[in-house]
Design a protein around this ligand. Structure first.
Ligand code: THU
Length: 156
């Protein structure tokens, strides 16, 4: 028997420490929370995806009376990108959430379905997708989606 110990490195920044490039994608994710349609949870999630060509696309969670028909902010933007920019790698993805009149204190992190979906795009492009998780005061930066899902399932 042996133990396998997995570690995750997260770079933690205050907003003021971020470079202009990171502030831009954090601001875009925060702005995107305004386009959330979340009458059921009232939890407004915004996602901003920077493509390899530098362009930033945004998405927001879209809920539905038939709950499972809704989708998360992250999948709304990555599927849009996959459908409209096929073959263009994703450079980084930022996520922010706003509820009860403020941005959430702790950096918000993608759900399991979104992690799996992001992993697929990282795998097909062959380059890591940096993950930027925005909290009210702090921003977490992870090198790759794999840092959020060790031992992930991938067929290829
Ligand atoms: N949600 C996201 O948009 N992204 C996540 O990573 C987690 C949760 C949405 C789904 C639902 O509309 C609301 O947040 C509450 O769960």
């Amino acid at each position: 028997m042996r133990d396998l110990i997995l570690t995750t490195k997260i770079a933690v920044y205050s907003y003021s420490e971020l470079t202009a490039e990171y502030k831009k994608i954090v601001d875009a994710a925060k702005e995107a929370t305004k386009r959330s349609y979340s009458p059921y949870s009232k939890f407004c999630v915004g996602a901003a995806l920077q493509l390899d060509n530098g362009e930033i696309l945004t998405g927001a969670n879209q809920e539905n009376a038939a709950f499972t028909a809704g989708t998360c902010a992250e999948r709304s933007v990555i599927f849009y990108a996959g459908a409209n920019y096929p073959g263009v790698p994703f450079r980084r993805l930022a996520v922010a959430a706003f509820t009860k009149g403020d941005f959430v204190k702790n950096p918000v992190s993608p759900c399991g379905h979104c992690r799996q979906a992001i992993l697929e795009y990282e795998t097909i492009s062959g380059a890591p997708i940096e993950i930027v998780l925005c909290g009210r005061d702090e921003v977490y930066v992870l090198h790759s989606i794999k840092d959020l899902m060790p031992l992930s399932f991938c067929e290829f």
